[in-house]
Design a protein around this ligand. Structure first.
Ligand code: NAP
Length: 359
């Protein structure tokens, strides 16, 4: 693992929306992080002033890390939360204003919310795929007249789709993609979907999800064009579905390539891909961002969701597509690779590439 760019002392960080499903994943990851010290947790006025343990309905079989359990929950205001690096797991209803306030106060904000993802001067980053998109931060600071920064990670299903699409785009180009998802209930936050609606059932509708997946895949695979990100010009159609699975979004894709390739070349491209050099060896980087499952009936959420500590996307069933060129199935952990883990990796990437200035 690479040494910390901050030397021997850890940098204090905060989590906004720390009591929610994604916030709790941040707490687990940051409680043991080698470069960052989880110093502050913040949430709504309902939680502020209480201890984290009192304010949080902890989801999972483990215990709240003891040091975090006793932290007092702060309001999501930069006058109360002082850390230079701020991870946001805020509900989108409040994320827009709160994240801008932190960027105006000079903080680096790593956001999971949808509010800024599609702004041309806001990087939407998967560390292994498009680290160069961080270069628009200079333009963001100028355009918005704030000394801080907002960097976003994507919708959880879009991230699981982009990791296998990126190597195909880089080697062959992509003309069209058809995507259908099977998304876990934890993707809806806590308490999320009512158990009587989802047990033994499939819900073929997730509000606003399909346009998000379509737009974000194009932006992730787009390129930096001076001061802005220009989307990739591929066609994409997404169907999104909620299924009774705890964690792990499954993404089924048929892909039409620009340059013809046989199946063996596609499989070789996927299995050899290691992602951008800058993203290798960071504390949250998995050994491999993509792995190909050996068995014909994998990936499966229960068996594969924790691959690479939740940061590896498992790909299987790579085969010829009678309409397009190739079809495959990908599985990603929606809360880790699709949310908190992706944000922490983006912060590590920013730190390792000199993009975080400490006061
Ligand atoms: P969640 O479980 O509903 O948690 C929402 C968090 O926002 C809670 O900590 C809540 O605090 C806080 N909050 C709500 N209203 C607030 C207010 N007025 N002021 C300050 N804080 C407020 O949601 P989640 O699933 O963790 O998702 C968090 C964000 O990540 C959302 O923007 C979501 O779209 C995005 N995301 C989620 C996933 C996923 O798989 N779940 C994946 C990618 C991205 P209180 O407890 O005090 O109410």
């Amino acid at each position: 693992m690479r040494p910390s760019p901050f030397g021997s002392s850890k940098v204090p960080v905060a989590v906004l929306g720390a009591t929610g499903a994604v916030g709790q994943a941040f707490v687990r990851l940051l409680a043991v992080h080698p470069w960052f010290e989880l110093a502050e947790v913040a949430a709504s006025e309902r939680s502020a002033g209480r201890s984290y343990a009192e304010a949080t309905r902890w989801i999972g079989d483990d215990e709240i890390p003891p040091r975090v359990a006793q932290l007092t929950v702060l309001p999501c205001d930069p006058r109360s939360v002082r850390s230079p690096i701020v991870f946001s797991a805020l509900d989108s209803g409040v994320a827009g204003e709160a994240e801008a306030a932190f960027a105006k106060a000079g903080r680096a904000v790593l956001s999971n919310a949808k509010n800024y993802r599609m702004e041309p001067d806001v990087p939407l980053v998967i560390a292994e795929v498009n680290p160069d998109h961080l270069d628009v931060l200079e333009a963001q600071r100028k355009n918005r007249d704030w000394p801080g920064a907002i960097v976003t990670n994507g919708n959880c299903a879009a991230i699981a789709a982009v990791l296998p699409l990126a190597p195909l785009q880089q080697r062959f180009g992509i003309r069209n993609v058809f995507v259908a998802t099977m998304q876990a209930v934890s993707g809806a936050g806590y308490p999320g979907v009512a158990s009587l609606d989802i047990l033994g059932n499939v819900i073929p509708f997730i509000r606003d999800e399909e346009p998000k997946v379509e737009a974000e895949v194009r932006k992730f695979l787009g390129h930096r064009d001076g001061d802005r990100i220009t989307d990739a010009s591929l066609g994409i159609s997404a169907h999104t579905n909620r299924v009774p699975v705890e964690h792990g979004h499954m993404v089924l894709m048929s892909v039409q390539l620009q340059k013809k390739a046989d199946l063996a070349e596609v499989i070789q491209t996927l299995s050899q891909w290691r992602g951008a050099e800058e993203a290798c060896g960071l504390p949250s980087s998995p050994d491999r961002p993509l792995v190909l499952a050996d068995a014909v009936d994998r990936p499966q959420p229960r068996r594969d969701v924790d691959a690479g500590r939740g940061m590896t996307v498992t790909v299987g069933r790579v085969r010829e597509d009678p309409l397009f060129d190739v079809k495959l199935v990908a599985l990603g952990h929606n809360i880790i690779r699709g949310a908190a883990g992706a944000s922490v990796l983006n912060a590590e990437l920013m730190a390792a590439t000199g993009r975080i200035e400490l006061p």
